[in-house]
Write a protein that binds this ligand. Sequence first.
Ligand code: SF4
Length: 689
Amino acid sequence: SAARDRYIKKTKTVCTYCGVGCSFDVWTDERHILKVEPGEGHANGISTCVKGKFGWDYVNSGERLTTPLIRDGERFREATWDEALDLIAWRFGEIRAQHGPDALAFVASSKSTNEEVFLVQKFARQVIGTNNVDNCSRYCQSPATKGLSQTVGIGGDSGTIRDIEHASLVITIGSNTAESHPVLATRIKRAQKQGRTRVIVFDLREHELARRADQFIRPKPGTDFVWISAVNKFILDHGLEDRPFLDARVTGLDEYRESVAAYTLEYAEQETGIPAATLEALARQIAAEEGVCVLWAMGVTQQCGGSDTSAAISNMLLLTGNYGRTGTGAYPLRGHNNVQGAGDMGAMPDQVSGYQKVTNPVVVDRHEREWGIRLRPDKGLDNTEMLDAALEGTLKSLWITGEEMSLTDSNANHLARGFEALEFLVVQDLYFTNTARYADVVLPAAASLEKEGTFTSTERRMQRLYQVMPPLKGTRPDWQIYMAVAQRLGVTWTYTHPGEIMAEIARLSPFFAGVTYERLEGYGSLCWPVAEDGTDTPLLYTERFHFPDGKAKLHPAEYRPRQQPPGGEFDLHLNSGRMLEHFHEGNMTFRVHGLAEKVPDAFVEVSPELAAERNIQSGQWVRLVSPHGAIRLQALVTARVSGNELYVPLNARKAENAVNFLTGSQGDAQTHTPAYKDTSVRMELLHDV
Ligand code: SF4
């Protein structure tokens, strides 16, 4: 009826799950979500995956936090917002006065908006005076950012999803694309079906895209760097490189050639298990293709040499002239909806928004004019270093927004000790998370459907989300919370709308110079860098690479093998990752009835041959034990994994069975990203469950 229609509202939003950046209209009746309808989204068109379509009930979960909590001995008591905010400001001020600004640190959320992430780093730098700020890309794609920054200059995807669809060859490495980035995988599958694109998948697991691929190659764990370097050497040794491209646009060839001298196909076969003939055919194919896109994810980056392998991939694309045209380029696939934005907005210990170094005098002056302070030139602590500093006693306080850090960082038992060592921990989230158990103050945050702002997808595409419903009573958007604490610490921010924060971001960051809310109106979007006149850059490097001389740099090869390969009592390799129905640790998707019912808990995938050898059947309970901890899960016997490979999804129903109780503290040498994929365990069959 007409009366009823008055209350039904259609609002455009951007998906809050993965980094593909699907956007759609949400139809609501008050807080009741009637349907999700894809409109004209750039990334998705008329598609969504199961999470984007059905994964929104978490916003109305009865488990939402609706009042601040303050620790009272072993328990928590409810508090007013004023009481909680006063306590935070008082404790921060006291710790800074006693121990200096570097005794405090801040973790921004890759699920917050760009504007909110920007304010976290502004809070750390302007209000507190420290560079101790980071975000969860430290756990995933920091190595890709590093490898690309070293070779082509910008740590983001070279083009858009539509550019990937124009490739004649798509190679995925260590990416379960169909489950982790479903709509993007659909685009690849469509191009493949139409005969436009061939697909080669490198992975340990025969996941959905691997099954559909034209070629599926299973290297030994942690050896991607070796086969890529061998392919690159073969290309150079046989004159298959794109000589005109290299001469005109790339430096460092002689040094690179020397650095790969040892990477013969025979050595690569021995190290990776991939036959030399397969690698030779691959090298010839890559060199002959019209356009090659390489997509990669955590299988590459969460290793001891994640940055080196990312640089090696970029080297391969440079040698074969696969940059700067549609259908070519490097695509590190971003996990969270706004993990690209979290890095872009300067939640990093050495860079402010737009990847500007805190040591650059121009950047320092510009910030001084805007913020009235000199940026500190020293690098702050990254996420990994924060917890180590807490254990050493130099870090006293941490403010974590929207990250289930206690379960998503590696070596969870070590983390727990770090959290316990802190004097004052603030956790801001939708629910009382496992990390909140360690907090002194817990603040109830608003969800993405309840606020305005922008997200940046894996394509570097910035899109607006509009308020679908007001914040649940008792909760507040992150940006208002940071403002309230800044105010109490004597720094008055006067933002009345996130659009004003974006205007400041544009003033401070050349990459975002032309980004305005008007230009992002509705389904409008911009791929950064965005010039002042609003011209954006969906495809990078068409004329120049992002270095002063405009040329790309081949990065010399350096191999860092695994530190904890299987051996002795820990005889099995453990891999971990996402699954379609759940997002990450599952804090949101376990609160969506349909998704939780479909996949109620994590499990461990066991290969048929290992199951036969150990007499294990699907459904039996096993205990996995590593040098760092132990968890209990049910076995699932499946040919997706082979031999002595195990696979565990990230989303355990019970926190104590989270896979990161097994992972260790070793990490990527350049970025400290934990080497989650470098884990060995033993498996014990449990008879008494
Ligand atoms: Fe959301 Fe990613 Fe699914 Fe798109 S593919 S609907 S962004 S989870």
